[in-house]
Design a protein around this ligand. Structure first.
Ligand code: G1P
Length: 280
């Protein structure tokens, strides 16, 4: 059973300056909801209720968002605006949130290792909130994390979500190489993974997106992982150690993902969700 979801949320969000100067990038809204709330909703849909958030300086708005604001509640009680808080109120009542701070920015792998104190010795999910995922297929209503949990239940090893990207973009992602499992079109046993390779060095065009299920031995591996690409401790490098033992599966998910860490992806997500809401 996966009970906890880790949200690395300590990054500076420099691509969104000046908006992210005093506001965490995870709090940027797509329509009226901050990015991290979409992530928490995806975790809840997957049956996960314990949210573990790795924050840093200047991120207190995240804690306030997942808390009751008595003054605000009082102000809008019995007015026409009260319903606007219903969704977040329900979410808060369904989950627990705990926080720890990453005091130095040493990469995604280091952020995940910082979360060990909140996770302990059990398998867990990871959501990078700036990868906003939605299921756009009418036949399959499961979110990406729920799809991944089903695969975890069968294979009981680490799982990464992947999508095909244009070859010239491999240097923005962790990229995998793998063998299809039982001739499947969407499941691969990972044999190699490289963090942000140039196209000529990329083992494929299958890019990791911000959804992981990790087994807890990843923490010991991360402790021994040397800084890699960009001088940072990379989760991709730690996962490669598991992959060498055949213990990582890559899953080409059903649905659509928006790179809300980029202005272009953010605008696409906004348009997509606006269309979706308008057609309700
Ligand atoms: C991180 C990971 C990368 C992964 C990406 C998904 O990179 O290091 O392997 O492909 O998330 O969004 P970042 O985008 O934080 O630089």
């Amino acid at each position: 059973m996966i009970k906890k979801c880790l949200f690395p949320a300590a990054g500076y969000g420099t691509r969104f300056l000046p908006a992210t100067k005093a506001t965490p990038k995870e709090m940027l809204p797509v329509l009226t909801k901050p990015l991290i709330q979409y992530g928490v909703e995806e975790a809840v849909e997957a049956g996960i209720n314990t949210m573990a958030i790795v924050t840093g300086r200047g991120k207190r708005a995240i804690e306030d968002h997942f808390d009751i604001s008595y003054e605000l509640e009082h102000q809008i009680k019995d007015t026409s605006k009260e319903h606007l808080l219903n969704e977040i109120r329900t979410l808060i009542s369904q989950c627990t949130f705990s926080y720890t701070r990453q005091t130095q920015m040493k990469g995604l792998g280091h952020a995940i290792l910082t979360g060990e104190t909140l996770i302990g010795d059990e398998p867990f999910a990871v959501i990078l909130a700036d990868d906003l995922c939605t299921n756009n297929s009418l036949n399959d209503t499961n979110g990406v994390l729920l799809q991944m949990l089903k695969i975890y239940n069968t294979y009981q090893c680490s799982i990464v979500a992947i999508e095909e990207v244009p070859l010239e973009q491999t240097n923005k992602y962790g990229v995998i190489a793998g063998e299809p499992i039982n001739n499947s079109e969407n499941l691969y046993r990972v044999s190699n993974m490289v963090e942000k390779p140039e196209p000529k060095d990329a083992p494929s065009n299958l890019a990791i997106i911000g959804r992981y299920i990790l087994t807890p031995d990843i923490f010991d591996i991360l402790r021994d992982t040397k800084p890699g690409k960009g001088g940072e401790i990379q989760i991709t490098d730690a996962l490669l150690e598991q992959a060498k033992q055949g213990k990582v599966i890559a899953y080409k998910f059903n649905g659509r993902r928006f790179d809300c860490g980029s202005v272009e992806g953010f605008v696409e997500a906004t348009n997509y969700f606006f269309q979706k809401e308008s057609s309700k």
